[in-house]
Ligand binder design. Structure first.
Ligand code: AMP
Ligand code: MG
Length: 408
């Protein structure tokens, strides 16, 4: 069996980034930019006031002049053509264009109103409180590049220079198939021995969050023919995610069916708990993941391998979750052969982090995942020990370019 790094490398080695498409700016949220985007406009587009106050010539202040005649009033959005000469000021609002001749704004707080003008009580340095044309961005400045995630700030930045559409990576289409004769969809009554299909729901949500386009193919009973029929349909997509039926049980047909359909296996089995019987292969460029059926194993497998693959398909560079080093708030239980990914919460302590596991850690206990903020990584054969032991904790949110240090 291989370790996490080796499995992740094997997955990423099969990724061929998907093509691009152009979408309206607001639809680009959460997606990966697919090209260099250069600013078509300067920001600010014109010299303007950073304060409510009085625009005037800095030269006048430098010469010691303190009283000015107010000859114009300039609200935002209404340029004034009136040139300012020595001794003249214009009342100006934040964001309003500086009038010709002026190069300085005196904030209103530093002035005293006079009968027919204004007194500068506390003169600022000439040139103060003015935002110069092009001081933030010049035309041609690079705003985004291939692989950059488009978040709210990027959307705003692009809007601020008049960009209306954006080239983004196509969303990977991910077919999701649950396997198991015991599974029923929510809304259906539970017969004795049946359980609800939750994996399809968590997978759907995880795919969406990773920028993918999830396609639910329902539930395949533990029957080779039915599994084959549904998996064959799934292979049309960019990525296939089946859950369950990939272990060594009598009714675990997924691997056999993958073989029958020409999926070239890259590995089966990773030295982790949960997530051991993960099967990964490829067929004509489609990435085929068979994740174990236990709900936590299914989610953790997604976090470790499928999420990075979906981001890589979109050309993203920040494929991994951020991680921290954290001290255990409780004694650490020993691990056997396999590395363990224990669900935990994090809190600040002193200058660092402290983690607390989220109760019982069985791979069927989805609540341990719902409560978690991170996965504490316990290397295989870790002897355990008292509280205070430090471990790497991989977060369950955010993205980073550096992979956490996984144990061999
Ligand atoms: P398997 O990997 O098929 O042996 O399944 C392992 C465990 O996970 C069994 O207890 C299954 O009932 C459960 N399981 C499998 N698929 C799902 C699913 N889609 N939703 C919830 N539990 C599941
Ligand atoms: Mg099963």
């Amino acid at each position: 069996m291989i370790g996490i790094d080796e499995a992740l490398d094997a997955v990423l080695a099969e990724v061929r980034p998907l093509g691009a498409e152009r979408v309206p700016l607001l639809e680009a949220l959460g997606r990966a930019c697919a090209a260099d985007v250069l600013s078509p406009e300067a920001v600010p587009g014109f010299a303007n006031s950073a304060m409510d106050g009085f625009a005037l010539r800095g030269e006048d202040l430098a010469e010691g002049r303190r009283e000015f005649a107010v000859v114009a009033e300039i609200p935002a959005g209404r340029p004034s053509a009136r040139h300012l000469f020595a001794g003249e000021a214009a009342k100006i609002m934040t964001g309003a264009p500086l009038p010709p001749g002026a190069d300085t704004v005196v904030p209103v707080e530093l002035t005293v109103a006079l009968e027919a003008g204004v007194l500068v009580a506390d003169p600022p340095a000439p040139g103060s409180n003015v935002r110069l044309a092009g001081e933030d961005l010049a035309p041609g400045d690079r705003l985004l590049g291939p692989g950059d995630r488009v978040g709210p700030a990027e959307i705003g930045l692009l809007a601020s220079v008049g960009v209306e559409t954006l080239p983004v990576a196509r969303r990977p289409r991910v077919a999701i198939l649950a396997t198991g004769s015991e599974l029923v969809a929510p809304g259906q009554p539970l017969a004795p021995g049946q359980i609800r299909n939750s994996n399809s729901f968590t997978a759907y949500a995880q795919v969406l969050e990773a920028g993918g386009d999830p396609i639910l193919l329902g539930i395949a009973r533990d029957d080779a023919a039915e599994t084959r029929r549904l998996l064959a349909a799934a292979l049309e997509q960019d990525v296939v995610l089946t859950s369950g039926g990939v272990s060594v049980g009598e009714f675990d047909f997924v691997k056999q069916v993958q073989d029958d359909l020409g999926v070239e296996r890259r590995f089966w089995g990773v030295k982790t708990k949960p997530g051991k019987p993960l099967a990964f292969g490829v067929r004509k460029g489609t990435l085929v993941f068979g994740v174990p059926g236990n709900p936590v194993a299914s989610m953790v497998s997604f976090e470790l391998y499928i999420r990075p693959a979906l981001l890589a398909l979109q050309g993203r560079l920040d494929l991994y979750r951020p991680y921290v080093t954290a001290a255990a708030a409780e004694p650490v239980k020993a691990a056997k052969e396999r590395a363990e990914l224990r669900r935990c919460r994090l809190a600040r302590e002193g200058g660092g982090w402290r983690f607390t596991t989220t109760g019982p850690q069985g791979s069927g206990i989805l609540r341990s995942m719902a409560l978690a903020q991170g996965l504490a990584i316990v290397p295989g054969r870790h002897p355990g020990g008292p509280a205070g032991q430090e471990l790497t904790v991989q977060l369950l949110e955010g993205s980073a370019e550096d992979r956490p240090p996984y144990p061999a």
